[in-house]
Each structure stands twice: as structure tokens, then as C-alpha cells.
Ligand binder design. Structure first.
Ligand code: UFG
Length: 329
């Protein structure tokens, strides 16, 4: 297949590009490099353009016949989305419509969308299945839900088939060590904990220890980036087989507290990790755990790297190369 990976220079997109190429697919990365890294794209052609630029999108779709588009390009910081909603509605929603419209115009009919657990808002129950009410509590989550809703309408009206994959907490790195997580600024727990282990940071903050959870810290469902990429490939097969659209929650179904993640990292790295008790971060639900039964049943998805130790070990191998290069972020 010929697959366009939008945001292929970012964390999850770059792992997708690598996997697609390894499976023998032709891959083109589209990225504006606002947050992505050129050296993270390890295969295929790279086109630098912004999703706001419809003419550039039309030119790209005219340049080759794509069988499918995978869309990873979005801003992901919840707090920032509250302070700067325009940035999120513009990029994550309006620009995504540009991409969909360009696909419809070019006759490309398969789309995999990086959605988020954030579409559910404060959970009414865990684990969270697809039937759980969708009431996002911040602009970030709203933009993801708005795209999901637009996709249902685009399917009905234009025959654009899509799969929305709602990631819980993506973590880990390429098991071969070629690429990994490199956000700047980094806000995610696993890389921050490992940067404290490698000495790139003095300590890691624990945001709140008075939640209604067993140890008082927030519980999350960490899922390996490669397992997420597997689900994208299966989503392509699923659309081809079913000729319809769907949405699936992706997680391991097991929650780990912030303290458990830090303890796992201490064990895996063999390094001390200093912790600073800090106030709660605004907008953090106490628990987010996926019920991914539907993805397992419908897509045939079976996470290969479900153990938190493995997720942390792969992220640690990446952190060590990265820290030794002395690079930022
Ligand atoms: N945390 C800390 N200290 C830190 C960073 C995080 O204690 O320095 C805690 C958070 O409070 C949270 C947990 O670690 O309880 C995980 O935090 P992350 O920022 O790694 O992940 P989130 O659960 O906040 O975010 C995930 C995705 C986001 C997405 C969000 C939507 O990583 O991209 O879900 O719900 F926007």
C-alpha cells in the first residue's frame, strides 16, 4: 500500500513510518516540523507543508495515488489547550477538515485518526469502553471528539471510511532503539521519570498524592507505541474488510499509579530517582483505564509489549542514547 503519514516526524507517527516501511509499504511523511524532528523519519519521502495550506495538500494528493492516510499531527497539551484554545481548534480541528476535504477531492477513502482518551472527560466508570459517555473537559479533548463526529458525517455523505483510535497513555520506544519520544517541552510522565534517572533532570514532580486511588497518585493505562502502530495497520485491514467506519479504545486495561511508574523505573534502570511532591495538575482525572475488548475482537489487536517493565525498558534504552548525545528535549 501507499500510505500518507501526516505528522510522521512526531513521536507516534515516526514509529508508524518505520513499521509501515518494515512491512513493505510505500510511505510518505507530511509534517510542518513545528514539533517533529527530521531525523525521526527513518523511511520514505518527506513533504514539508502545513495542513492549513490546502493548495499544498491538493498538490500532494495529485503527486501520487494514496491508499490511505494516517493522521498523527496535532497539538497534545491539555493545559495549553485551555490557555490557547484557538491554537487547538485551528490546528486539531479546522486543519484536519482541510486534510479530509483534500482526501475527498482526491478520492482517497481510508483514514486512521489519532484520537484520545480525552474524548471521555472525567470517567464515570473504569475501565472505559466505547459506550462510555463522551464529555471532554478541555479544548484538546473537544477537538478530538469534533473530528470523530465530523468523520461519521464524512462517511455518510462522501464515503470516507475512517477508524478513530483513542490512545490512552502512549509510552515506550522503538525496540530496535532507532527512535523514541522527544517532545520539547516534555510533559509526559515516563520520559520525565527516565530523564531524572539519567541525570538530565534533578527530580520528577508527582502531581498530587491525595486522589481517590490506592496510593493517592493518578492511575493511567500505559500502552506501548509499537502496539499502537500495530492497531493502525489492523485498522486499515478492518476498513477494507468491513467497508465501514469505527472508533476503538486502545490500552492494556491495566492501570498503574504515578508512584508505581516511578518504582518500575527505579527497578528497570537501577538508578535512584528523586521525587518532589507537587500540587495536583489541573484537569487530571484520578483514573484512566481502557477497556479495549472491542479493538481486540474487531481488529484482532493483541498488544505485544503490554508489560510496564518492557515499556519502561524500551523508553530507557532510548533515553540513554539520547542523553549521551546531549540533546535537548
Ligand atoms: N505526572 C506527574 N508528573 C509529571 C508528569 C505527569 O505526576 O511530571 C502525572 C500526571 O499528573 C498524570 C500521569 O502522570 O497523572 C500521566 O501524565 P502524562 O502527562 O504522561 O499523561 P496524561 O495522562 O496527562 O496525558 C495523556 C496523553 C496526552 C493526552 C491526555 C488526554 O499523554 O497527550 O492523556 O487525557 F492529552
Amino acid at each position: 500500500m501507499n500510505v500518507l503519514v501526516v505528522g510522521g516526524a512526531g513521536y507516534i507517527g515516526s514509529h508508524m513510518v518505520k513499521m509501515l516501511a518494515a512491512r513493505g509499504h510505500a510511505v510518505v511523511t507530511l509534517d510542518n516540523f513545528s514539533t517533529g524532528h527530521r531525523d525521526a523519519v527513518v523511511a520514505g519521502r518527506v513533504v514539508e507543508a502545513d495542513l492549513a495550506d490546502r493548495a499544498a495538500l491538493d498538490a500532494l494528493f495529485a503527486s501520487g495515488r494514496f491508499d490511505a492516510v494516517m493522521h498523527f499531527a496535532s497539538f497534545i497539551q491539555v493545559g495549553e489547550s485551555v490557555r490557547e484554545p484557538a491554537k487547538y481548534y485551528r490546528n486539531n480541528f479546522a486543519n484536519t477538515l482541510n486534510l479530509l476535504d483534500a482526501m475527498v477531492a482526491a478520492g482517497v477513502t481510508r483514514f486512521v485518526f489519532s484520537s484520545s482518551a480525552a474524548v471521555f472527560g472525567e470517567p464515570e466508570r473504569v475501565p472505559i469502553d466505547e459506550a462510555h459517555p463522551k464529555r471532554p473537559i478541555n479544548p484538546y479533548g473537544r477537538t478530538k471528539l469534533m473530528v470523530e463526529e465530523a468523520l461519521a458525517d464524512y462517511d455518510a455523505a462522501y464515503g470516507l471510511r475512517s477508524v478513530s483510535l483513542r490512545y490512552f497513555n502512549a509510552a515506550g520506544a522503538d525496540p530496535q532503539g532507532a527512535i523514541g519520544e522527544r517532545h520539547d517541552p516534555e510533559t509526559h510522565l515516563v520520559p520525565l521519570v527516565l530523564q531524572a534517572a539519567s541525570g538530565r533532570r534533578p527530580s520528577v514532580a508527582v502531581f498530587g498524592d491525595d486522589y481517590d486511588t490506592p496510593d493517592g497518585t493518578c492511575v493511567r493505562d500505559y500502552i506501548h507505541v509499537v502496539d499502537l502502530c500495530d492497531a493502525h495497520l489492523l485498522a486499515l485491514d478492518w476498513m477494507a474488510a468491513h467497508g465501514s467506519s469505527g472508533a476503538f479504545n486502545l490500552g492494556n486495561g491495566q492501570g498503574f499509579s504515578v508512584r508505581e511508574v516511578i518504582d518500575t523505573a527505579r527497578r528497570v534502570t537501577g538508578r535512584p530517582i528523586a521525587v518532589v511532591a507537587s500540587p495536583r495538575r489541573e484537569g487530571d482525572p484520578a483514573r484512566l483505564v481502557a477497556d479495549a475488548t472491542l479493538a481486540r475482537r474487531e481488529l484482532g489487536w493483541n498488544p505485544r509489549f503490554a508489560a510496564l517493565d518492557t515499556i519502561v525498558a524500551h523508553a530507557w534504552a532510548w533515553e540513554r542514547t539520547h542523553a549521551s548525545r546531549g540533546t535537548e528535549g
